[in-house]
Design a protein around this ligand. Structure first.
Ligand code: ASP
Ligand code: MG
Length: 407
């Protein structure tokens, strides 16, 4: 009898009809003799709706009370799910984060799981019950309700799978798995059978939305195999697992893009120690994520500094940097929002030269200009004009032979 943790996301439990479908799928697995712990997200749109409600009260809601509020989304879905299971003649018990003994630190809105006492869950399983656990929430050491941050239910599921030493953690979502590129823009994209934690971490941080980054970090740390699959189809999805020898043979596993990028350049900055700190510190302090940073060699004591930040924070970043520019006597600040980041990810890059030049050559052939480049051991990212994003993704996907043979 295998212990399996399954997680269903917001769209999978987006209506009472869908909740009934999930209950059917879970009970089928239960009938086969599996012990099931089912983590649910809030019904699609619920968490946003709750946050909006809080905004009707105040612009800056108290973080403790906001967590009490948003945690109710998952309370609704687990209770409805448990009712559905019971009405089908099986036993089920819904548990909120604190009842499932999911202990976190005290960081409201972005709490981290510290430990899980599995006694209660195991007891329920021993009574032959299906256990439904509210995703995305826990309890701090003073007994306050905490939440893990948006998309946190994936992490709840992986953490439970680790604590319970589950045979598998299945993440049911609205796509069929992890693809070699976004199938919406690249018709030849192929579903990957398996991918390593490292690659999945890169893909997720570079724009792939299928798994929450923290859940992959957790899975990697505790070696929990994740099966990402569709709630609406029966076929196998993608396994996210520790790397193996075979995986290193693949040069590139996926092409990803991120349109939520903007570029800021400070022109003719006096080049002296401490300048990068001076320019970027206010941006970091504002909690804005800065990605690529490039400083040109200086001519006559003046240099240009360029960096990328998320487009969502473009105006705010521009304002902060313009203030510094005035203070230090830089000539001007330029901003460009019409850019995108296109990246290729693959374990095979570690041992093979020439992957970068092939990427540059492919973009050149399409007449796409690269304005910034950054690399890590297993990824290469290029900043290009936003309007060429789809063309770049398709061209790279073809160039590295990732496509579906039949098309
Ligand atoms: N309901 C939460 C959210 O929308 C957590 C989750 O779905 O993973 O962010
Ligand atoms: Mg999600």
């Amino acid at each position: 009898m295998a212990l399996i943790v399954q997680k269903y996301g917001g769209t999978s439990v987006g209506s009472t009809e869908k909740i009934k479908k999930v209950a059917e799928r879970v009970t089928e697995s239960h009938k086969k003799g599996n012990r099931l712990v089912v983590v649910l997200s809030a019904m699609a749109g619920q968490t946003d709706a709750l946050i909006n409600l809080s905004k009707e009260i105040t612009g800056i809601p108290d973080p403790r009370e906001l967590d009490v509020l948003v945690a109710t989304g998952e309370q609704i879905s687990i209770s409805l799910f448990a009712m559905a299971v019971k009405s089908m003649g099986y036993d089920c018990c819904s548990l909120l984060g604190f009842q499932a003994a999911i202990h976190t630190d005290q960081a409201y809105g972005k709490a981290r799981i510290k430990k899980i006492d599995t006694d209660r869950i195991l007891k329920e399983l021993d009574e032959n019950r299906i256990v439904a656990v509210a995703g995305f929430q826990g309890i701090d050491e003073s007994g306050n309700i905490t939440t893990l941050g948006r998309g946190g239910s994936d992490t709840t599921a992986v953490a439970l799978a680790a604590a319970l030493k589950a045979a598998q953690c299945e993440i049911f979502t609205d796509v069929e798995g992890v693809f070699s590129a976004d199938p919406n823009i690249c018709t030849r994209a192929r579903k990957l059978e398996s991918i390593s934690y490292e690659e999945m971490l890169e893909l997720a941080s570079l724009g792939a939305k299928v798994l929450d980054i923290r859940s992959i970090e957790f899975a990697k740390k505790f070696n929990v195999p994740i099966h990402v699959r569709s709630s609406f189809a029966r076929n196998e999805g993608t396994m996210v697992v520790a790397e193996n020898k075979e995986m290193e043979k693949v040069l590139v596993s996926g092409v990803v893009f991120d349109r939520n990028q903007a570029r800021i350049t400070m022109v003719k900055v006096p080049d002296r120690p401490g300048i990068a700190f001076k320019i970027l510190d206010p941006v970091f302090k504002a909690g804005i994520v800065v990605d690529m940073i490039v400083q040109n060699p200086s001519a006559e004591g003046l240099t240009d500094l360029t960096f990328t930040a998320t487009k969502t924070h473009f105006q705010e970043t521009l304002k902060l940097v313009r203030e510094v520019a005035k203070e230090i006597g830089a000539e001007k600040v330029l901003g460009d929002q019409d850019i995108a980041k296109v990246s290729i990810v693959g374990l095979g890059m570690r041992n093979h030269a020439g992957v970068a030049s092939k990427m540059f050559e492919t973009l050149a052939k399409e007449n796409i200009n690269i304005s910034m480049i950054s690399t890590s051991e297993i990824k290469i990212s290029c900043i290009i004009e936003e309007k060429y994003t789809e063309l770049a993704v398709r061209a790279l996907h073809d160039a590295f032979g990732l496509g579906n043979e039949k098309d």
